[in-house]
Design a binder for this molecule. Structure first.
Ligand code: FES
Length: 103
């Protein structure tokens, strides 16, 4: 699947992801800036925060309790479309926006 990362300045990084990895892993493997992922994908750091494009929200896995709590700790503002990219599977094409800061 193609995962499109939109940077705060509008530049886009499009990554061809394997379907069995998370959106966070796809970003890190391709060196996409702005996905820090300090905890390595355990939903413990909130530095892999993304804003999911409005058209892509349907069909995502439900917000887990731990993810929900961590999303209250993001450096950038939490929005309704906020998710931790380590908790999103790259099973289909997705567009996510990178927040202005992760730390
Ligand atoms: Fe730490 Fe996602 S990588 S919460």
């Amino acid at each position: 699947p193609k995962i499109t990362f939109v940077q705060p300045d509008g530049l886009e990084n499009v990554v061809d992801a394997e379907a069995d990895v998370s959106v966070m892993r796809a970003a890190v493997a391709s060196g996409v800036p702005g996905i820090v992922a300090e905890c390595g994908g355990s939903a413990m750091c909130a530095t892999c925060h993304v804003y999911v494009d409005a058209g892509n929200l349907d069909g995502l896995p439900e917000l887990g309790d731990v993810e929900d709590e961590m999303l209250d700790c993001t450096a950038a503002e939490r929005l309704d479309c906020s998710r931790l990219s380590c908790q999103l599977p790259a099973t289909r094409d997705l567009t996510v926006r990178i927040p202005p800061t992760q730390v």
